[in-house]
Design a protein around this ligand. Structure first.
Ligand SMILES: Cc1cc2nc3c(=O)[nH]c(=O)nc-3n(C[C@H](O)[C@H](O)[C@H](O)COP(=O)(O)OP(=O)(O)OC[C@H]3O[C@@H](n4cnc5c(N)ncnc54)[C@H](O)[C@@H]3O)c2cc1C
Length: 409
């Protein structure tokens, strides 16, 4: 039996398991998937929890619901990967050997990286919404908050779903308007980028949205510390931004097991070939999703497009052929903009988000870089697609590589 091990049963690992399980000959292959937690979180739903749109139950399902029968499932923390010996050490003392490995261990927040961020005000006046605990604690806080200075602060890039902090700002504008206290809430978006977003054209458009919604933007702010006594964030060049409530997007890092294995960069992201998705320097290790160091967005949609490419390349490699499929950095993100509307962006390594239409057979087209109700429905529908199609590895009518159809130059 040849052995394939998939590390991480989140979005990307589960998709790969389902795709390959339906294709690899079961009399020749044993597939093992490893994860530390039984619960699967629909992370895009965390955005909606602070505003009471979703609650905890709306974003969780048992991971095992998505594993095909016969899968060898191991629930344990991964201690270390030993790529030279083709083996993995688990916290439960098991040792797994593999012929091929797919690493899908994702990314997580590391508030400890910033002085004072996890100080006395953590989950009292300082919250994240990138974890279920942070999003639920913020929901409880917002219910009773009567207004003041709300600061949304991105610590450093890259982060998962780089549009999520903007969406948070737009939804906060909507939420406090609905509650009739928008005039009492001063919303301030603070980012290390030179504008609202990473891509210049989209950044200009999204920056205009911030202005229209009376959300203050401070760019090129590199946070050095959080002063819990005086409730302010302070940059390396000593600029201060006071807050009553701080919503932080802390440093995002790959898992500590990647560091323990000596496989990551300084943020524990794994150097990965940007086209083939092979781990650099290895011919039997692929990396997918947030765990890579690729310049594509860290997003579920990206993991989905990568899964199609990795699938092709995996089949080539096990048959002794060169991995011929090329990932082009394709990302497709619905940006919730509040008041029942949304914006859609579609881009890749080389092409910035462009205006125009995004065709989707049977459902679309959706408008690109434009605020529409249809884009909001697309965002809301995504959760259903995620549980029912995406995780199960079902083919969707969207090309893995970006198409120029409908886009205006
Ligand atoms: C607030 C928020 C909003 C988002 N919004 C969107 C959106 O609108 N659209 C979009 O496309 N994407 C969005 N994303 C991003 C999306 O959720 C992620 O990009 C996607 O889940 C990445 O999948 P992954 O498989 O790489 O990682 P994950 O899904 O995080 O899975 C990683 C898995 O590895 C396991 N693991 C890690 N280390 C170990 C270890 N040492 N031992 C055992 N198991 C381990 C974890 O338990 C986890 O199950 C959002 C994310 C957040 C946080």
């Amino acid at each position: 039996m040849k052995k394939l091990v998939i590390l991480g049963a989140g979005t990307a690992g589960t998709m790969m398991l389902n795709k390959l399980n339906g294709t690899l000959d079961k009399s020749e292959w044993q597939i093992t998937i490893v994860d530390q937690f039984e619960t699967h979180y629909y992370q895009p739903g965390f955005l909606f929890i602070p505003f009471g749109i979703y609650n905890r139950k709306d974003v969780i399902k048992p991971k095992r619901d998505f594993f095909p029968p016969g899968t060898n499932v191991i629930m344990s923390e991964i201690e270390k990967i030993e790529p030279k010996g083709n083996r993995i050490l688990l916290k439960n003392n098991q040792v797994l050997s593999y012929d091929y490995l797919i690493i899908a261990t994702g990314a997580k927040i590391s508030p400890e990286e910033t002085e004072g961020l996890k100080g006395g005000l953590w989950h009292k006046n300082i919250f994240d919404f990138y974890t279920i605990e942070g999003a639920c604690a913020l929901a409880d806080f917002f219910k009773h908050w009567e207004g003041g200075k709300l600061v949304i602060s991105i610590t450093e890039m890259p982060i998962k779903c780089p549009v999520a902090p903007l969406e948070f700002a737009f939804l906060a504008d909507w939420y406090f308007t609905e509650r009739g206290i928008r005039d009492k809430v001063d919303i301030h978006f603070v980012t290390p980028l030179d504008g609202a977003f990473t891509k210049p054209k989209a950044s200009a458009i999204l920056g205009d949205f911030l202005q229209k919604k009376n959300i203050k933007l401070t760019s090129e702010f590199n946070i050095a510390r959080v002063d819990n006594e005086e409730k302010k964030i302070v940059s390396w060049d000593e600029i201060e931004v006071p807050f009553d409530v701080l919503v932080t997007i802390p440093t995002n890092k790959g898992d500590d097991a990647i560091e323990r294995s000596g496989l990551g960069d300084e943020l524990n992201f794994i150097p990965t070939d940007k086209h083939t998705l092979l781990a650099e320097g290895y011919e039997n290790i692929f990396v997918i999703g947030d765990a890579t160091n690729l310049p594509s967005s860290k997003a579920g949609s990206v993991a989905h497009f990568q899964a199609d490419i990795l699938f092709e390349n995996f089949l080539s490699v096990i048959e002794g052929r060169k991995p011929h499929a090329k990932f082009d950095g394709h990302a497709n993100c619905f940006i919730e903009s509040g008041f029942g509307k949304g914006i859609l962006i579609d881009f890749n390594y080389d092409t910035e988000p462009l205006p125009g239409k995004f065709p989707l057979p049977g459902i679309g087209p959706f408008s690109l870089l434009e605020e529409t109700k249809m884009n909001h429905y697309g965002k809301i529908m995504f959760r259903w697609m995620y549980w029912n199609f995406l995780l199960k590895g079902v083919e969707l009518p969207i090309e893995a590589n970006m198409s120029m159809a409908g886009k205006r130059l």
